[in-house]
Design a protein around this ligand. Structure first.
Ligand SMILES: Nc1nc2c(c(=O)[nH]1)N[C@H]1C(S)=C(S)[C@@H](COP(=O)(O)O)O[C@H]1N2
Ligand SMILES: [Mo]
Length: 215
């Protein structure tokens, strides 16, 4: 059975998608909207690097140039994408480097509980280590076989399919291992620290004690 539940401009659309595929309050837009704060950065392959730092097991920072990063093992995941502004993109094939691959190449110390993923211009998003290590979490270069466009995060963005999409920085440049939770860019600005779309964890005022650090 399919349910007509997505709307555009007040007009009902039947998408042939069963209702349990969409988290509460979400709809399927036409196309893939572009949404971010600030300008689109220019990719500079010569100076681009990706760093894992903070609470690494060795205490050392790990750094990859663009060429080094290109040699990391690739993986693919089929997953959905849910923005807190209520659009959802279903069934994308994401290709890239799994967060779990980075965790095994640059292991965190036993004290690490959270990560901060950093992007160009200081954008950041915090995740529990468990959410970061989860199978679907991936630094992606391609969607549905096509390289990401600049607006969608080229050359590299994080995708965390089981959380609202702001947890996936476009133009990602690194990961900081944290020994306690710290709020990222939107989590400091009124958005929920955990961001589970199935629980509609949209705003920080919905947080229960223990969901995040004091604001
Ligand atoms: N660097 C950066 N990444 C970002 C954002 C941003 O403002 N800056 N916005 C996030 C939000 S709120 C969403 S919904 C998705 C949107 O991705 P898209 O533009 O590819 O649809 O990017 C996320 N990643
Ligand atoms: Mo978003």
């Amino acid at each position: 059975m399919t349910t007509p539940f997505s709307r555009i401009g007040g007009k009902k659309r039947t998408d042939g998608v069963s209702a349990d595929r969409l988290p509460p309050g979400q709809y399927i837009p036409r196309g893939w909207p572009v949404l971010h704060y600030g300008p689109v950065p220019k990719f500079k392959p010569d100076s681009w690097d990706f760093k894992v730092f903070g609470g690494t097991a060795t205490g050392e920072e790990r750094r990859w140039t663009w060429a080094d990063f290109g040699r990391l093992p690739r993986a693919e995941v089929n997953a959905d994408f849910h923005c807190v502004t209520k659009f959802s993109i279903l069934d994308s094939t994401w290709r890239g480097v799994s967060a779990s691959t980075l965790l095994s190449l640059a292991p965190p110390s036993d004290a690490v509980t959270h990560v901060m993923v950093w992007a160009e211009y200081g954008y950041s998003a915090n995740l529990t280590l468990a959410d970061f290590a989860s199978t679907g979490t991936m630094f992606v270069t391609h969607k549905d076989g096509e390289p990401l466009t600049a607006e969608h995060g080229f050359p590299l963005r994080l995708v965390v399919p089981h959380l609202y999409a702001w947890k996936g920085p476009k133009w990602a440049r690194g990961v900081e291992y944290l020994t306690e939770d710290r709020r990222g860019f939107w989590e400091e600005r009124g958005y929920h620290n955990r961001a589970d779309p199935w629980l509609e964890q949209r705003y920080s005022y919905q947080e229960a004690p223990g969901d995040g650090p004091e604001l």
